[in-house]
Design a protein around this ligand. Structure first.
Ligand SMILES: Nc1nc2c(c(=O)[nH]1)N[C@H]1C(S)=C(S)[C@@H](COP(=O)(O)OP(=O)(O)OC[C@H]3O[C@@H](n4cnc5c(N)ncnc54)[C@H](O)[C@@H]3O)O[C@H]1N2
Ligand code: MOO
Length: 657
C-alpha cells in the first residue's frame, strides 16, 4: 500500500496567519495593486487607488446661506433700534446702487455689489424699503466660494473606503469618475469525484457542491470578485491544470477539499511542485488540514472539504488576504463574557472554534454549545457566537465564564434558550413567536427532559419541554418539578398530549406490532429486530423503560437498545435509512418522513403522553405572555395537530405546582 504523507506537524493558528501575510508581503502581493476606473455613482464600498483632488471649489460661487435680503454690509453700519437704516429694494435685473438691496433665497447667487445677507425675519418692510435695526458684518450669512472644498485640495486620501457621503463630496468637487483598487479575482475550484453541481445528479455517495457557492458569496462579501470554476475530479493532472488556468487570470486561488492525507488528496503535492507550500496543517479544529501556498507570487490556499471547516478556514486565511489586497480594514471583533451552560471537553494542542447559542437568562449571558462536527452546517447557521478554546485547554467546565465573539448583530436578549426534550412542535412555536415579534429567535439544545429541568434549575434556560412519567403516582411532570425545582419560582404550562409509538418502514415489512416484537427474530432472514433508542434522561426513554417493565421485557435482550440518538427526527431518519428496524418516537416524526406508526400510547383513549413546558420568566414577562397567547391560539393548535399525534385542547393552561 502506498504510504500516505501525514500533514500533522501542525502550526499554531496565529503563527500560520502571520507567516501567510508576511510571506505574501515579501513577494509584494499587497503593493502596486491593480486599479480600475469606475463612475463615482458606482463607487460605494470601493477603495481609492490614489489621492483624489478637487476639480472645482465647493461652493463654486458666493451664495446666500439664508432667506433674506442681500446688501452691501457698510450700508447698514450704525443701524440700531432707535435709528434704523432703510435700504431700497432693487429688482433682480437692476444693477446695484449704493444703499440698495435684493430679496434672496437660500442658495441663490449673491447679486454683484452685495456682500452680506440679513435674515428675512429681521427685516421690517416699509413700502419698498427694507428697514433694519442691526448692522450686518461683511460676508455674514454668505456661503463663500471654497468654504467647503477648495479646488485642487484633497477630497479623499489614498486607500479610503468609499461611503455615500464620499460619493457626494466627489460629485460636488466636480469628479465623475475615479480610480479604485481592483477587486481581487478569487478562483474557487471545488474538487472531488463525489461532488456534483446539481441536485439531479445527487445519489447516495454523491455530495452537492455547497462549498463553491458559499465561498463565492463570502468572497463577494469581502469585496472580492469570485470566479467559480467547474468541479474538478480527483485526478492530479486535472487539478493541476485548473490551478494553472486560474493563476493566469486570477489574483488568488482557493482549492476546496483534497487537503487531508487520503489517497486522492493531491493538492499539497501539486502546490509544492508549482510553488512553495508554507503551511500544511494548522492546529485548529475544525479546519486542521488547511494548506497555505504561494505560486507565481500569488496566494493559493487549500481549504478542507467539510463545509464548516471550509468556512472557518476561509474566515481565518482568505478574508484577511482579500481585504488586504484591497486595502480594506480588517474587522474588529468584540468579545463579551458569557457562562458556558455545559461542560466542553477539548483536545490539548488544537484551538477549537465552538459554535454557540447565546441568550440572556435572568440578566446573565448564557452560552449553550451547538454541535461540534465539521460536517454540521446547521451549527453555523444556528450559531450566534463563537468560543475560541485555547490549545492549552483540556476542556472547560460547565458554568465557567468564557469570552465569546458575536457572529450576528442580533441581541442576546432576543434569543430564547429552549433546553430540554425535543419536540417538532416546539419549532413551530418558534416560527409563531417570530411572526409576532420578528426579532425573537428560539434556540434549542436537546438534552432530554431531566436535562431541561436541570438547566432551568441552574438558570441556564428560559424554557424546557418535559414529559416525565412518575411511575409511583402515574402523573406526568409535576412530581419532578416539585422534587427538583422546589427552590425556584417557575411556571409549568400544558403544551400537548402526544401519541408515542413504534416507527417502522412503510407497509411495516418486519411486522412489528408491539413492544414484544422487539425480541422477535425476522422470519425471512433469521435476524433479530434492531432498535434505535433515545438517550437516558429523555421522557421517551423513560416511557420505553416503563412500558417494557410493565410487559415484563428485559431491555438487555433488545438489539440496539444501547444505540442512542438525540431527537425524534433522528430516530425516524435511522428507521427510514434502514439503520434500525424501529424506534419509539412521535407520530409527527413518522408522518414527516413517510413512515408507518404503531401507537404505544393513545391520545384518544386518554393514555397519551403529557408534554409540558417549564417557563423560567418573571410573572408578567412579555415573552411568556406571547408564548401563552400562541399556545391558546386556534391557528397554532390547528397547525400542530395537523402534524399528527397531538391533542392541544389544554395547551396554555397553567398547571398548579
Ligand atoms: N486519516 C485521516 N483522515 C482525515 C483526517 C486526518 O487527520 N486523518 N482529517 C479529517 C479532517 S479534520 C478533515 S477537515 C477532512 C479534510 O478532508 P479533505 O480536505 O481532504 O476533503 P475531502 O476528504 O475530500 O472531503 C471532506 C468532506 O467534505 C465534503 N466536501 C468536499 N467538497 C465539498 C463541496 N464543494 N461541497 C460540499 N461538501 C464538500 C466531502 O464530500 C467530504 O464529505 O479530512 C478528514 N480525514
Ligand atoms: O479539522 Mo477537520 O476540519 O475538523 O473537520
Amino acid at each position: 500500500m502506498q504510504k500516505q504523507k501525514a500533514y500533522l506537524d501542525c502550526l499554531p493558528r496565529q503563527e500560520a496567519q502571520e507567516l501567510w501575510i508576511t510571506k505574501l508581503t515579501e513577494v509584494g502581493y499587497f503593493n502596486n495593486l491593480p486599479r480600475e476606473k469606475v463612475a463615482v455613482t458606482e463607487a460605494l464600498g470601493r477603495v481609492t487607488a490614489s489621492v483624489i483632488f478637487a476639480k472645482q471649489s465647493v461652493p463654486h460661487y458666493n451664495g446666500a446661506a439664508m432667506d433674506g435680503i442681500a446688501l452691501y454690509a457698510p450700508d447698514s453700519f450704525g443701524a440700531q433700534e432707535t435709528a434704523p437704516k432703510r435700504l431700497q429694494l432693487l429688482q433682480p435685473d437692476e444693477t446695484f446702487q449704493p444703499g440698495g438691496c435684493y430679496v434672496v433665497d437660500t442658495g441663490d447667487l449673491l447679486p454683484t455689489g452685495t456682500n452680506a445677507v440679513i435674515m428675512i425675519e429681521d427685516v421690517h418692510w416699509v413700502d419698498d424699503q427694507a428697514e433694519v435695526i442691526t448692522a450686518a458684518t461683511p460676508w455674514q450669512h454668505v456661503r463663500i466660494i471654497g468654504e467647503d472644498i477648495v479646488a485642487k485640495e484633497v477630497v479623499l486620501p489614498e486607500h479610503h473606503l468609499i461611503a455615500p457621503v464620499d460619493m457626494a463630496a466627489l460629485l460636488a468637487a466636480g469628479i465623475e469618475e475615479i480610480e479604485v483598487v481592483k477587486r481581487p479575482r478569487v478562483a474557487i475550484i471545488p474538487t472531488g469525484d463525489e461532488i456534483v453541481a446539481s441536485r439531479q445528479d445527487l445519489k447516495p455517495g454523491k455530495i452537492l457542491d455547497v462549498n463553491g457557492p458559499m465561498l463565492a458569496a463570502a468572497v463577494t462579501q469581502w469585496g472580492g470578485d469570485p470566479v467559480r470554476r467547474e468541479i474538478v475530479k480527483d485526478q492530479r493532472a486535472a487539478i493541476e491544470e485548473a490551478i494553472l488556468a486560474s493563476l493566469k487570470d486570477c489574483d488568488m486561488v482557493v482549492v476546496n477539499a483534497g487537503t487531508s492525507a487520503g489517497r486522492e488528496d493531491y493538492t499539497a503535492p501539486i502546490l509544492s511542485e508549482l510553488g512553495q507550500v508554507l503551511v500544511h496543517g494548522v492546529a485548529i479544529k475544525p479546519g486542521k488540514p488547511v494548506i497555505l501556498a504561494i505560486c507565481q507570487d500569488k496566494p493559493v490556499i487549500g481549504l478542507p472539504g467539510y463545509p464548516v471547516s471550509a468556512m472557518l478556514t476561509a474566515d481565518l486565511f482568505v478574508r484577511s488576504v482579500v481585504l488586504a489586497r484591497q486595502k480594506l480594514p480588517q474587522p474588529e471583533q468584540s468579545q463579551v463574557e458569557a457562562f458556558l451552560s455545559r461542560q466542553v471537553p477539548s483536545t490539548i494542542g488544537l484551538e477549537e472554534y465552538l459554535r454557540l447559542s447565546i441568550g440572556s437568562v435572568e440578566g446573565r449571558l448564557v452560552a449553550a454549545p451547538l454541535g461540534r462536527g465539521a460536517g454540521l452546517l446547521s451549527s453555523l447557521t444556528k450559531a450566534q457566537g463563537l468560543l475560541r478554546i485555547d490549545p492549552s485547554s483540556a476542556g472547560i467546565a460547565a458554568g465557567a465564564s468564557v469570552p465569546v465573539t458575536f457572529l450576528r448583530s442580533s441581541k442576546p436578549e432576543n434569543t430564547i434558550l429552549a433546553v430540554g426534550s425535543h419536540d417538532p412542535a416546539l419549532e413551530l412555536l418558534g416560527f409563531y413567536m417570530r411572526r409576532f415579534k420578528p426579532e425573537l429567535s428560539l434556540s434549542f439544545a436537546n438534552v432530554g427532559s431531566l436535562g431541561g429541568i436541570m438547566a432551568i434549575r441552574n438558570r441556564e434556560a428560559h424554557l424546557a419541554g418535559i414529559h416525565l412519567l412518575d411511575e409511583a403516582t402515574g402523573r406526568y411532570n409535576v412530581p419532578y418539578v416539585q422534587k427538583y425545582l422546589s427552590q425556584r419560582k417557575v411556571h409549568l404550562v400544558h403544551f400537548a398530549m402526544r401519541q408515542q409509538g413504534l416507527l417502522v418502514l412503510p407497509g411495516n415489512p418486519k411486522k412489528i406490532y408491539s413492544l414484544e416484537d422487539l425480541l422477535r427474530q425476522d422470519k425471512l432472514t433469521g435476524q433479530k429486530i434492531t432498535y434505535v433508542n433515545r438517550q437516558r434522561g429523555t421522557g421517551t426513554r423513560m416511557l420505553l423503560d416503563y412500558q417494557l417493565k410493565k410487559a415484563g421485557i428485559d431491555s438487555s435482550q433488545i438489539v440496539g437498545y444501547e444505540k442512542e440518538v438525540g431527537t425524534h427526527m433522528a430516530v425516524a431518519a435511522s428507521v427510514a435509512s434502514g439503520t434500525a428496524d424501529t424506534g419509539l418516537g412521535l407520530e409527527a416524526a413518522a408522518q414527516a418522513l413517510g413512515l408507518d406508526f404503531i401507537p404505544v400510547t393513545d391520545i384518544h383513549q386518554g393514555t397519551g403522553e403529557q408534554y409540558d413546558l417549564l417557563l423560567n420568566f418573571s410573572d408578567h414577562d412579555k415573552v411568556m405572555e406571547l408564548i401563552l397567547h400562541i399556545l391558546k391560539s386556534p391557528d397554532f393548535r390547528r397547525d400542530v395537530e395537523a402534524m399528527g399525534g397531538y391533542d392541544l385542547s389544554k395547551a396554555g393552561m397553567i398547571i398548579e405546582l
